[in-house]
Ligand binder design. Structure first.
Ligand SMILES: NC(=[NH2+])NCCC[C@H](N)C(=O)O
Length: 648
C-alpha cells in the first residue's frame, strides 16, 4: 500500500494487509507501533528478572504431568521403543516456535507475548482472537492442573479414598458435582504468591522446579542403573525399534507435543526482564533445551525397562520401577509429579494477568485489568481476577475433558507468532500513528492558533493536518523533542521511485504471506479429512501444496526488511532460516490444530464467538487506536524536510 495521497488521511509507509480492506474492516487490521505499548509512568512492572529466573519460569511452566503420563500411552499405542525419537521430533517442532518467540520477544519486549506481537504485526482483529484464546487456555489449564493434584497426592496416602478430608474431593449430592476445595485453595495460594511480587514468585517457582527436575533426574539415573542391571529388556522386543513404523513415531510426536507447551510463559514476562533483548531468547532457548533433554532421557530409560506393550497407561514410570522391585521409587515420582503440577499451575497463572493487562492497556478490555499495584509493581487486580476464575473452575468442574481447548490457545498463539515473524521481516508495521507527545503538541498547537483541532472539529480524527505549510509546521516542531520524535516519522518516509518499488515489494509480500497461510490450511485439512470425496481431497491437497511451495519460493526471492540487520547488531536475537523456519512452524501448528477434533472445535467456537461479540461491542470502540492519528503525506514530507533543516 505505501503512501496514499488520495485523501487527507495518509499512512506513511504502509503495509500489504490493509490496502484491500474496506473501511468497515479497518479496525481489524489497524496495527500498533512496536513501542506504543511502553507503559506510562506509574504503570510499570518491576524489572527484576534475569536469565536463571527465566529458565526456572520456562522449565517450571513446561514440565507438567504430561511426561509422567504420556510415556505409557504413547509408547503402547504409537511408538514402541521409538518414543525417544518422538520426543526429539516434538522438541524440534517446539523449537521452531521457540525461535520465533525469541526474535519477537527480543524485538518487541512488552507484556502480552503472542497477543502483543500479533497486534504489532497482524493487526487488532487477529490479536484480539489470540488474546481471547490465550485467556481460555491459561484459565482452563490452571484449573485442570490444580484439579490433578489431589489424585496424585492420593498415591502417597495409599489411594484417593484415604486422603485426609481437607485434601479430598467432596461429592455434593444436591448438585451432583464433585467439588475440589483443595484445588481452589491451591489456586488462591499461588494467586497470593504471584501478587506479592515477580521476584518472590519466580523464586518460589525456582524452588518447586528444582524439586521436579530432581525427580526426573532420579528417574533417569536410577532407571539407567536398573536398565544396565537387567539388560534393557524393553529394547529386546522382537518387533524392533519401530513396531508401529515411522508413521507411528510421528503420530506419537503430535501427542507428546503437549508436554512442550508452556515455555512461552517466559515471553509474557518481557516487561519484567532486566535486559530483555538478550535474556528472553536465552531464557526461552535454555528452558526448551533442558526440557527436551530431560524428556528424551526419561523416555529412553522407561521404554528400556519394560517392553512397550506391557507398560501401564496411567502410572507408567512408577510401574516400571515397581516391576524391577523398586517400589519406593513411586514416592519420589509422585512428589515429582505433584511439584510439576504446582509449577505448571504457576506457569498458567503468571502469563494470564500480563495478557489481560496488555489487552487493557490497548483499550480492548476495561482499564481495571491494566492497573499495576504501586508497591508490588505487579498487575494485582488482573492476577486476582485470574485466580478467582481458575479457582471457581477448579472447584466445580472436572476440566480434564476440556484439555483439547487448552491446546487450541497454545497452537493458535504459536501459529500467529510464526506469521508475525514473516510479517515483521517482509511487511514491518510502519503505518505510524503519531507518538503520543507529538499528538499532544498538535492539540496544543491547534488550540493556541485557534485552528481546527482534529479531536474537536468532529471530522475523521485520522484526517489530521500536521501544519499546512512550513510556517505552521515549524512552531509545531519547536514544541516537540525532535531528536526523539522526528526520526520515528522520518525513518518511514520513502521518497521518489524507491516508494513505488518498496510499495510493490510490500504488496507482493503481504499477499504471499496470506496465500501461504491459506495453502497451509488447505494442505493440512485435506490430508487429515479422510471423509472428504477423494477428488476433492486431492484437489485441495494440490492447491494447498502449490500455494505453500510457491509462497516459500516467492518469499525466498523477496528482500527482507533492513531493520533486522541493525537489530542483530544491537545484540538482539534474529530467527534463522526465514522464511523456511516460520513456514515450517505454521505448517506443524496448523496440522496439530486441524487434528484436534470436531468436538474441541465446537466448544472453542462458542468461546471465540463470545469473543467476537465482546470485541464488536467493547474492544473495537474502546481501542486506543480508534483515534490513531496518521500523518498526511504532503505534510509528513514537510516535516521530514523541516526536521532535516532543523537538525542540521
Ligand atoms: N500453558 C499451558 N497450557 N500449560 C500447560 C502445560 C502442560 C505441560 N507441558 C505438561 O506436560 O503437563
Amino acid at each position: 500500500m505505501g503512501i496514499t495521497v488520495d485523501s487527507q488521511e495518509v499512512r506513511v509507509g504502509g503495509d500489504g494487509a490493509s490496502s484491500w480492506c474496506g473501511g468497515g474492516f479497518k479496525s481489524l487490521v489497524r496495527r500498533k507501533q512496536v513501542d506504543s505499548a511502553h507503559a506510562k509512568k506509574g504503570t510499570q512492572l518491576a524489572k527484576e528478572l534475569s536469565v536463571p529466573y527465566l529458565i526456572a519460569i520456562g522449565v517450571g511452566s513446561t514440565i507438567g504431568a504430561g511426561v509422567y503420563i504420556l510415556v505409557g500411552t504413547v509408547a503402547r499405542e504409537h511408538t514402541g521403543p521409538a518414543l525417544t525419537l518422538s520426543f526429539l521430533v516434538a522438541g524440534i517442532a517446539a523449537a521452531l516456535s521457540a525461535f520465533c518467540y525469541a526474535e519477537l520477544s527480543s524485538r518487541c519486549p512488552s507484556a502480552g507475548s503472542a497477543y502483543h506481537y500479533s497486534f504489532i504485526c497482524a493487526g487488532e482483529g487477529l490479536a484480539w482472537l489470540v488474546g481471547w484464546a490465550l485467556l481460555l487456555e491459561y484459565t482452563l489449564s490452571g484449573a485442570a492442573v490444580a484439579r490433578g493434584i489431589s489424585p496424585n497426592l492420593g498415591f502417597l496416602f495409599g489411594g484417593e479414598n484415604n486422603l485426609p478430608a481437607f485434601l479430598a474431593r467432596q461429592y455434593i449430592p444436591g448438585l451432583d458435582v464433585m467439588v475440589d476445595p483443595f484445588a481452589a485453595v491451591l489456586v488462591f495460594l499461588v494467586t497470593g504468591l504471584l501478587s506479592v511480587g515477580i521476584k518472590e514468585s519466580s523464586r518460589a517457582q525456582a524452588i518447586v522446579t528444582t524439586a521436579n527436575v530432581c525427580a526426573l533426574l532420579f528417574v533417569i539415573i536410577a532407571g539407567a542403573y536398573l536398565g544396565f542391571k537387567s539388560g534393557w529388556v524393553g529394547y529386546e522386543v522382537p518387533t524392533g525399534y519401530f513396531p508401529f513404523g515411522v508413521d507411528g513415531m510421528l503420530a506419537g510426536s503430535a501427542t507428546v507435543f503437549f508436554s512442550y507447551i508452556g515455555f512461552d510463559s517466559v515471553a509474557s514476562t518481557a516487561e519484567e526482564v532486566k535486559n530483555p533483548q538478550r535474556d528472553l531468547p536465552l531464557g526461552i532457548g535454555a528452558a526448551l533445551s533442558i526440557c527436551c533433554a530431560l524428556y528424551m532421557l526419561v523416555s529412553f530409560v522407561i521404554v528400556g525397562l519394560v517392553p512397550y506393550h506391557a507398560m501401564d497407561p496411567d502410572t507408567p514410570i512408577s510401574t516400571a520401577f515397581a516391576s524391577h522391585g523398586m517400589h519406593w521409587a513411586s514416592y519420589v515420582i509422585t512428589v515429582g509429579a505433584v511439584t510439576a503440577l504446582c509449577s505448571t499451575l504457576m506457569g498458567s497463572l503468571l502469563p494470564q494477568p500480563r495478557i489481560l493487562m496488555a489487552m487493557a492497556r490497548d483499550g480492548l478490555l476495561p482499564s481495571f485489568f491494566s492497573d499495576v499495584n504501586q508497591r508490588t509493581q505487579v498487575p494485582v487486580k488482573s492476577t486476582v481476577a485470574t485466580g478467582i476464575a481458575a479457582a471457581a473452575l477448579a472447584f466445580f468442574m472436572d476440566v480434564s475433558e476440556l484439555a483439547g481447548m487448552v491446546s487450541v490457545g497454545t497452537l493458535v498463539a504459536f501459529t500467529m507468532v510464526a506469521i508475525s515473524v514473516l510479517i515483521l521481516r517482509y511487511v514491518p508495521p510502519d503505518e505510524v500513528p503519531l507518538p503520543p507527545s507529538l499528538e499532544e503538541s498538535i492539540d496544543n498547537f491547534s488550540l493556541q492558533n485557534g485552528g481546527s483541532s482534529h479531536k474537536s472539529d468532529g471530522k475523521d480524527p485520522k484526517a489530521i493536518i500536521v501544519g499546512s505549510s512550513n510556517d505552521s509546521t515549524k512552531p509545531l516542531l519547536d514544541q516537540v523533542d525532535i531528536s526523539v520524535e522526528i526520526p520515528l516519522i522520518a525513518k518511514h518516509l520513502h521518497i521518489g521511485n524507491y516508494v513505488m518499488n518498496e510499495n510493490r515489494r510490500r504488496k507482493i509480500a503481504g499477499w504471499t504471506i496470506m496465500l501461504t497461510c491459506i495453502g497451509t490450511f488447505l494442505l493440512t485439512y485435506s490430508t487429515s479429512s479422510l471423509g472428504l470425496p477423494s477428488l476433492l481431497r486431492y484437489s485441495l491437497c494440490g492447491v494447498g501444496g502449490a500455494l505453500l511451495l510457491s509462497g516459500l519460493i516467492v518469499l525466498t526471492c523477496i528482500d527482507q526488511d533492513d531493520a533486522r540487520h541493525n537489530f542483530g547488531h544491537t545484540g538482539g536475537f534474529i530467527c534463522p532460516f526465514v522464511p523456511l523456519l516460520p513456514i515450517a512452524c505454521i505448517l506443524i501448528n496448523v496440522y496439530l490444530l486441524v487434528n484436534l477434533g470436531a468436538a474441541t472445535w465446537t466448544r472453542v467456537s462458542v468461546w471465540l464467538i463470545i469473543g467476537v461479540f465482546v470485541y464488536v461491542f467493547y474492544g473495537r470502540t474502546h481501542s486506543s487506536l480508534r483515534d490513531a492519528v496518521y500523518v498526511p503525506v504532503a505534510h509528513a514530507d514537510e516535516i521530514y524536510r523541516t526536521s532535516t533543516n532543523y537538525v542540521s
